[in-house]
Design a binder for this molecule. Structure first.
Ligand code: NAD
Length: 291
């Protein structure tokens, strides 16, 4: 496939990441269909697009024509068959559970055209754990966006051993055309580049908290005002979702059986209480009051 053949993009999952990846692709001129199993999520995503685009026009970031075209370019649909039937490139951004992703990829393999590339936005699952659920392993690749996907520039493209040069090249090119800065990982590694670096920081931050050395806010402040990070590890965790961190650690533990991979007890406490961070109004910080 040549890059110009990529016109229709399907995004699977309209949650935190999916709806923003879909909208970014629509703004960049692709015809996008975004599918989710949850109709309320689809409605919320559609409402977000309706409020986001006029805001961009007001701020002078998009012309009225660009915003109108982006709105035409994106559709939220409740059928995977409709979403992926005419897709040239699929970006899967569904819940971070390996068995779920394998099922989605097996279904996509049946539905999508033979030339279509199937990318996963997974934060931690390497595509070789998913590719063999399909008959097109050379076209299954990691394409990892960062949160919020409309804002963050980085995309990690991971060239697993099964991924063809063509697939890796096209995924890099698509990232650029979507106004992102892609980096290529020449090998698969758990957590990819940035999350490995952040995992080390986050593990240390949790240890400092656990040991009673400092409070959440002061640990975050050390990172912000000492290291120039835009936000500290606890604030970032509230943004990306404590539920996602919990699921990722549990997946890793299931993989390795190593107790050191279990989520931190304080994180488990928040997870069990349904305190997932910003999206639930409480996590490491309380968002019902200003802080
Ligand atoms: P989310 O919970 O906000 O959204 C996941 C969506 O997937 C939900 O709307 C859910 O209804 C939908 N879903 C579940 N099963 C589905 C199916 N069979 N078909 C279609 N949709 C289905 O989660 P998220 O934070 O958007 O994460 C999605 C993916 O993106 C995960 O793989 C995660 O690792 C990755 N990711 C997340 C972040 C982050 O900061 N949140 C960053 C980068 C990558």
């Amino acid at each position: 496939m040549k890059f110009d053949d990529i016109r229709n993009i399907c995004v699977v999952g309209a949650g935190n990441m999916g709806h923003q990846i879909a909208l970014q692709a629509a703004i960049c001129g692709f015809s996008v269909k975004c599918f989710d199993v949850n109709v309320e999520t689809l409605k919320k995503a559609d409402d977000f697009v309706n409020s986001y685009l006029p805001g961009r026009v007001e701020k002078g970031r998009l012309s009225e024509d660009q915003a109108r075209q982006a709105r035409i370019n994106i559709q939220f649909v409740d059928s995977l068959r409709v979403a992926a039937g005419d897709a040239d490139f699929v970006i899967e951004a569904a819940t971070e559970i390996l068995s779920l992703k394998r099922k989605i990829f097996a279904d996509l393999d049946q539905i999508a055209s033979a030339h279509c590339i199937l990318a996963t936005n997974s934060s931690a699952i390497v595509s070789s754990k998913i590719a063999d659920a399909t008959q097109r392993q050379d076209k299954v690749v990691n394409m990892h966006f960062f949160n919020p996907a409309l804002v963050m520039k980085l995309v990690e493209v991971v060239k697993g051993p099964h991924v063809s040069d063509e697939t890796a090249d096209l995924t890099m090119q698509l990232s650029k055309v979507m106004q992102k800065v892609p980096v290529l990982l020449k090998k698969e590694v758990d957590g990819f580049l940035l999350n490995r670096i952040f995992a080390a920081i986050s593990k240390e931050a949790m240890w400092l908290l656990e040991m009673g050395v400092a409070d959440v806010e002061d640990i975050d402040n050390a990172c912000v005002f000492g290291a120039g990070h835009p936000m500290g590890p606890f604030r970032l965790n509230d943004l990306t979702g404590i539920d996602l961190s919990y699921i990722m650690r549990m997946e890793k533990f299931r993989d390795t059986g190593n107790a050191a991979d279990l989520p931190n007890p304080r994180l488990v406490e928040h997870y069990m209480k349904g305190e997932f961070g910003e999206k639930t109004g409480k996590g490491w910080y309380d968002y019902s009051t200003k802080n």
